[in-house]
Design a protein around this ligand. Structure first.
Ligand code: ADP
Ligand code: MG
Length: 736
C-alpha cells in the first residue's frame, strides 16, 4: 500500500520514530481510507499519532475534540516542536489570540485544529469550519461521551449531531477505557454503524509490578525513592490528609517533593503540576485528583501508598508510568488495615453501590495477595487472558516461589464452622468464632458452643483471612457476591471426601523485612549514564530557555539512544529515536556538540545504529555527507507527498518546497512518481491562462531555466516572478 509507505516515511521524518506501535498502522490506514474508526488502546499506547499522522497526509484539516485544556496545550506544544501547523481554540485564549487563530484556520494550511467540545458546538466555529476542508473529526478521550465512563461530559453527547454537517469528513474516536458498555455507547452515539473498532492489548509490558507488605509506609517510600534518585515519580495516597502527612515526612527525610490534591487552591495545584512536568521537582505526592490531563511521558515510578479501591483505578494510575515505553516501576504497599479503610469508605455508599464496590475490592485484594503472576488478574479484569506462565516483569514471576504447606486441618476447621453456621456468615464472623471472640454477634448466635469455637488461636486474624482467600481462589469456598457470606463448593465436598490434602501459604504474621526478590531485569539498553545525565541537564537548560517542558525537546529515549550510539554527525543524529526533520535542525546540533565533546574527553568512538549502517550501505557511497534538505524534500515528494503536504510537514512555505524540488531535479535526480497531481498543483499555484503556460514552456526551452530574467523578458513581463517559479518547475518536470 502506498499509504503505508508514505506513513512510515512521515513517521521518521516528522516524528522521528522508526516503527509503529501495535495497531497504529492499521488505524492510520483505516482513517486514510475514510472509514470511521474507533481505537481503544491503553494509556501510552500512542493514540495521538493515529490521528496526527493522517492529518499530515490529508489535504484539509483534522479537527480534534479534547476535553481538557492541558491536554490540548500539551499536544499543540509538541506539534509545534515538530513544525506541524496546529492551532487551538478554547476558552483559555485571549480574545485577540482567539481571533488570530480563527483567521489562521480560515486561511487554510492548518493541519490540526484542537477544540474543546463546547467550542465546536458554537455556531461561529461551525461556520468557520464550513469554509474550509475538514477531512477528519477526531474525538479524543471518547469515553467522555458515555455516562458509564468515569469522566462523562454532556457536550460530548451532542457531537454526534454535528457529523451530518461534514459529510466528507471521516470520524475517529479514541479512548483507553475498555469496558464493553463504554465502547458500545461510543459507537452508538457517534453512529459508527460499521465502525472499524481496533482494540489493543491492555498489557503494558514495560511496567514492573510489585507488592510489598506495608509496615512503616513512609520509611518504605523513602527507601524506595532513595534507591532511585532523579526518577520522576508519583506517590498516590487515598486522602488529602495522607498526602499532606507523607509530603511532610518525605521532606523531612530530605526529599524534594510537592503535594497535589483537591484541597489546594487552583493556582497551587497548577504551579505544582508545572514543576513536575518541567522536571523542577521529581516526585509528586497526590490523590487521584492528579493524573488526567498529564501526558508527561517519562514518569518512571508510581507508588501506591494506600490500597486502591478497585483494579480499574489501580490500572489507570499505574498507567501514568512509562508512557514512553521505557521500563518503569509500580509499587503497591499493601496492608490488611487498609482493606478496612476502604471498607469504611464503601460503607458510606448506598446499598447497591456497596455491593458492586465490595466485589471490586475483593478483586483488588486478590491481586495484591496472589502468589502467581500479577499480570493475570490484572488482564483478566479487562477480559484479556495473559498467555505464558511467567511475565518476567512482576515480583512473583521474578521471585522465589512461595513456600506452601499442608493447611488441611485449618481448612477443615474453617469449612466445619461455615457449615455449622448454615453458610450465611461472612469471613470475619467465621474467624471470630475460630478465635474464640466474645463479641455480641457470636454470643447471640450461640456460636460459642460450637465445637470449633476458639480452636484457631494458633493463627492471627490476618493469617486466617489469608487462608480463607486462598480457599476462595482454589474454589473450595465461594463468596456470595451480594452479601459476602461464605459457601462450601461441590468441589470442596468432593475434595474432602477423597481425603485430598489442601496446600497453601501461611504468611508470616509480621514479616521483619520486605520479602527478598531477585533483581528485576527490565530491558533498558546499556547506556552511558554519565553522558545521559549531561544530556538531561542540557535538555533542561534548553527547555527552560524556550519555556517548554523538557520532553517537548526530546523524550528520554532519545537521550538514551544518544548515550548508547554516541552519534558524531548530523546524519547519525537523524537515525536517533525521536529525531525528525524539525528537531534535527533545531535541537540536534546542540546535542551533537555535547556528545562529540564528551566522546573526545573519554576517548569513545561512535557505535552506529543498525539503520544508519543500512542507510549508508544502500546508498552509492558509504561515506556520504549528510543529506541536503532539498534531497530529503525531493525524496518525500517522490514518495507521493503533494507540495502542500511537504510544505506543512517541513514547516516551510510552498514556494520553498518548489525551489527545493527544482534544485533536486537540477541535481540530476528524476521524478519516479506519477506527476499528474503535481502538475495540477503547480498549475493551480501559478494561476495563469493555458496559453501563458504554452508561451512560458517555449521561453524556457529557448532561454534555459537557470535564470528567470531572460524568460521574464521574453514573455514581455506579463508573468510575475513567483508565477515563473511554478512554471519553471512545471517545465523541469515535463520537459526538462
Ligand atoms: P495515549 O494517548 O495512547 O495515552 P500518546 O499518544 O500520548 O498515548 O503517546 C504516548 C507516548 O508514546 C508519546 O510520548 C509518543 O510520542 C510516544 N509514541 C507514540 N507512537 C510512537 C511510536 N510509534 N514510536 C515511539 N514512540 C511513540
Ligand atoms: Mg491520549
Amino acid at each position: 500500500m502506498t499509504h503505508t509507505k508514505n506513513a512510515t516515511k512521515i513517521l521518521k521524518d516528522v516524528f522521528g520514530f522508526d516503527s509503529f506501535r501495535p495497531l497504529q498502522e492499521e488505524i492510520i490506514a483505516n482513517i486514510l481510507a475514510k472509514r470511521d474508526t474507533l481505537g481503544i488502546m491503553p494509556t501510552g499506547g500512542g493514540k495521538s499519532l493515529c490521528f496526527q499522522l493522517p492529518a499530515l497526509m490529508f489535504n484539509g484539516t483534522t479537527v480534534v475534540v479534547s476535553p481538557l485544556i492541558s491536554l490540548m496545550k500539551d499536544q499543540i506544544g509538541q506539534l509545534k516542536e515538530l513544525a506541524v501547523p496546529a492551532v487551538v481554540l478554547n476558552s483559555s485564549l485571549s480574545p485577540e489570540d482567539y481571533v488570530r487563530n480563527m483567521n489562521r484556520v480560515h486561511r487554510g494550511g492548518v493541519k490540526l485544529l484542537y477544540l474543546a467540545p463546547e467550542t465546536l458546538l458554537k455556531e461561529r466555529t461551525l461556520s468557520l469550519l464550513a469554509d474550509i476542508e475538514v477531512d477528519n473529526i477526531t474525538i479524543d478521550e471518547a469515553h467522555c461521551i458515555s455516562e458509564w465512563g468515569h469522566d462523562f461530559r454532556p457536550e460530548y453527547r451532542q457531537l454526534a449531531a454535528l457529523r451530518s454537517r461534514f459529510p466528507r469528513a471521516v470520524c475517529s474516536a479514541f479512548t483507553a477505557t475498555a469496558t464493553p458498555q463504554v465502547q458500545k455507547d461510543i459507537q452508538r452515539s457517534l453512529g459508527f454503524d460499521d465502525a472499524h473498532t481496533f482494540i489493543g492489548s491492555f498489557d503494558r509490558p514495560n511496567l514492573y509490578l510489585e507488592v510489598e507488605l506495608k509496615e512503616d509506609g513512609g520509611r518504605q517510600v523513602a527507601k524506595y525513592l532513595r534507591n532511585r534518585p532523579n526518577q520522576p515519580g508519583i506517590v498516590y495516597c487515598a486522602t488529602r490528609r495522607g498526602v499532606d502527612e507523607l509530603t511532610e515526612r518525605l521532606r523531612s527525610a530530605g526529599f524534594d517533593v510537592l503535594p497535589y490534591h483537591a484541597g489546594l487552591s487552583e493556582d497551587e495545584r497548577k504551579i505544582n503540576q508545572e514543576h513536575f512536568i518541567n522536571d523542577n521537582v521529581q516526585v509528586m505526592v497526590a490523590t487521584v485528583a492528579f493524573g488526567m490531563g498529564i501526558d508527561k511521558p517519562n514518569v518512571r515510578i508510581v507508588i501506591h501508598y494506600d490500597l486502591p479501591k478497585n483494579i480499574e483505578t489501580y490500572y489507570q494510575e499505574i498507567g501514568r508510568a512509562g508512557r514512553d515505553g521505557l521500563p518503569s516501576e509500580c509499587l503497591l504497599l499493601f496492608s490488611y488495615a487498609d482493606i478496612q479503610k476502604v471498607k469504611y469508605f464503601i460503607g458510606q455508599m448506598d446499598e447497591t453501590r456497596q455491593r458492586i464496590a465490595n466485589i471490586h475490592l475483593s478483586a483488588m485484594v486478590a491481586f495484591a495477595e496472589t502468589y502467581g503472576c500479577r499480570r493475570k488478574p490484572l488482564l483478566h479484569y479487562f477480559g484479556e487472558a495473559f498467555d505464558g506462565e511467567n511475565c518476567g516483569t512482576c515480583d512473583n514471576c521474578l521471585g522465589e516461589p512461595p513456600v506452601t504447606t499442608n493447611i488441611t486441618d485449618d481448612a477443615h476447621s474453617l469449612l466445619k464452622t461455615i457449615r455449622r453456621t448454615n453458610e450465611i456468615f461472612g469471613m470475619h464472623h467465621i474467624i471470630d468464632i475460630l478465635k474464640g471472640s466474645k463479641n455480641k454477634k457470636v454470643l447471640a448466635g450461640d456460636h460459642d458452643s460450637l465445637e470449633t469455637y476458639g480452636s484457631g488461636e494458633h493463627l492471627s486474624r490476618n493469617q486466617w483471612c489469608h487462608i480463607c482467600r486462598q480457599l476462595i481462589q482454589q474454589e473450595l469456598l465461594l463468596q456470595d457476591a451480594e452479601f459476602g457470606s461464605l459457601k462450601i463448593t461441590d468441589k470442596a465436598v468432593a475434595h474432602f471426601k477423597r481425603k485430598l490434602p489442601v496446600m497453601g501459604v501461611i504468611p508470616e504474621d509480621r514479616p521483619k523485612t520486605v520479602p527478598k526478590k531477585k533483581k528485576k531485569s527490565l530491558d533498558t539498553p546499556d547506556y552511558n549514564e554519565e553522558l545521559f545525565e549531561i544530556l538531561r541537564k542540557k535538555r533542561k537548560d534548553m527547555a527552560d530557555e524556550a519555556g517548554v517542558p523538557p520532553y517537548f525537546i526530546f523524550p528520554d529515549r532519545t537521550l538514551i539512544d544518544m548515550a548508547v550510539h554516541y552519534p558524531q554527525s548530523l546524519e547519525s543524529m537523524r537515525a536517533i529515536h525521536g529525531v525528525g526533520v524539525s528537531k534535527l535542525e533545531n535541537y540536534a546540533p546542540a546535542f551533537l556538540e555535547t556528545v562529540v565533546e564528551f566522546c573526545g574527553c573519554h576517548n569513545i568512538v561512535e557505535n552506529p545504529k543498525e539503520n544508519i549502517k543500512k542507510m549508508s550501505s544502500s546508498k552509492e557511497s558509504s561515506q556520504e555527507p549528510p543529506k541536503k534538505k532539498y534531497v530529503i524534500m525531493g525524496e518525500a515528494i517522490n514518495n507521493g507527498l503533494s507540495l502542500e503536504q511537504t510544505a506543512s510537514i517541513f514547516g516551510v512555505k510552498i514556494e520553498t518546497v518548489m525551489d527545493n524540488l527544482y534544485k533536486y531535479l537540477s541535481d540530476h535526480n528524476t521524478l519516479t512518481r506519477d506527476v499528474r497531481e503535481l502538475n495540477e498543483e503547480l498549475v493551480r499555484s501559478a494561476n495563469v491562462e493555458l496559453e501563458d503556460i504554452t508561451a512560458a514552456m517555449m521561453a524556457f526551452s529557448e532561454s534555459g531555466h537557470t535564470h528567470l530574467k531572460p524568460v521574464f523578458a521574453a514573455l514581455e513581463q506579463k508573468i510575475a516572478y513567483d508565477q515563473l517559479h511554478c512554471l519553471r518547475l512545471y517545465y523541469m518536470i515535463n520537459h526538462g
